[in-house]
Write a protein that binds this ligand. Structure first.
Ligand code: SF4
Length: 245
C-alpha cells in the first residue's frame, strides 16, 4: 500500500463502523487491522489464543503510538513538550448530570440482549435461507444500529467531560484550538451515538410490540442525555467533522 494513499488521522473523526465506511481504502487503521487478520489466517493462528491476543494488543498500542506521533508532527508539536506537561486532574464525573444519565442508560441496556434473545435466532435462520421478511430486515437493521451505537454513549460521554475540562483548563492559545477541535469531534460522535440509538429505539418500539413497556423508558433516558449535551454545547449538531459530515 502506498503511504501517500492514506488520509492522515482520518480514524480520529469516525464512529469506527468500518463495515459501513467509505474510506476503508484510505485508512491506515483499517489497513493495519486487515493485514493482521490476513497474517493470522496465513500463520494458522487463532486470534482468541491469549498469546496471540496479547501480541495483537501490543501491536495495536505500538501502532497507536506511531499514529499519535504522526499527528503531533502534522500539528508541529514536539512530543517532549507534552511529556513534560502535568496530567490534568481526573474530572469529578458525578457532578455532570449527563454522566449519571449515560451510566443509567448503559446499565439498562440488557434490553439489547433481550431483543436479540427474542429475534436473533429468527433473523439468523432467515438470513441463512435468504428468506427474511421486510419486517425482520428492519428489526435486524435497527438492532445492528442500536448494538453499534448504544455502547458508545457512556464511553463518549466520559471522553467529552474529560475534553471539556481539558479545554477549560488550557491556557496556551494554540493548544486551546487543538483541544477545542477534539472537544467538538467527541461531542459530535456522542451526538451521533445518541441520535442513532434513539432512532433505532423508536423504530423497534413500533416493530417489537413485546417491548412496548420497556423501550419508552430507554427513549426517555436518551432524550435527556441529548438535552444535556445540547445544554453544554448547543452547536454540536451543526459541527462538521472533516471527511464525514
Ligand atoms: S475511518 Fe473508516 S475504515 Fe478507518 S477506522 Fe474509521 S470507520 Fe474504520
Amino acid at each position: 500500500m502506498n503511504e501517500e494513499n492514506f488520509i492522515a488521522g482520518i480514524y480520529n473523526y469516525c464512529d469506527r463502523w468500518c463495515e459501513r465506511c467509505n474510506y476503508t481504502d484510505r485508512c491506515r487503521l483499517f489497513f493495519a487491522d486487515a493485514e493482521r487478520d490476513i497474517q493470522h489466517i496465513i500463520n494458522d493462528e487463532d486470534p482468541h489464543d491469549p498469546k496471540i491476543f496479547t501480541k495483537d494488543i501490543e501491536d495495536n498500542l505500538n501502532e497507536a503510538m506511531q499514529m499519535l506521533m504522526e499527528k503531533l508532527k502534522e500539528m508541529n508539536i514536539d512530543p517532549e513538550d507534552i511529556e513534560s506537561e502535568e496530567l490534568p486532574p481526573e474530572p469529578d464525573f458525578e457532578s455532570y448530570p449527563i454522566n449519571n444519565l449515560a451510566e443509567q442508560f448503559t446499565k439498562s441496556m440488557d434490553l439489547l440482549d433481550k431483543l436479540y434473545d427474542l429475534y436473533g435466532e429468527k433473523i439468523k435462520e432467515g438470513l441463512l435461507k435468504e428468506s427474511l421478511t421486510l419486517e425482520s430486515r428492519e428489526i435486524n437493521e435497527n438492532l445492528s444500529v442500536l448494538g453499534w451505537y448504544s455502547p458508545q454513549v457512556f464511553v463518549k460521554t466520559k471522553r467529552l467531560i474529560r475534553a471539556h475540562e481539558e479545554y477549560l483548563a488550557q491556557e496556551d492559545e494554540e493548544m486551546k484550538e487543538i483541544d477545542e477541535e477534539e472537544l467538538f469531534v467527541t461531542g459530535k460522535l456522542l451526538y451521533i451515538a445518541v441520535t442513532n440509538s434513539l432512532s433505532a429505539l423508536n423504530n423497534l418500539h413500533e416493530l417489537c410490540p413485546e417491548f412496548n413497556f420497556e423501550i419508552p423508558e430507554h427513549i426517555s433516558l436518551l432524550t435527556r442525555i441529548k438535552d444535556e449535551l445540547l445544554k453544554m454545547y448547543p452547536d454540536i449538531p451543526e459541527y462538521k467533522r472533516p471527511y464525514f459530515d
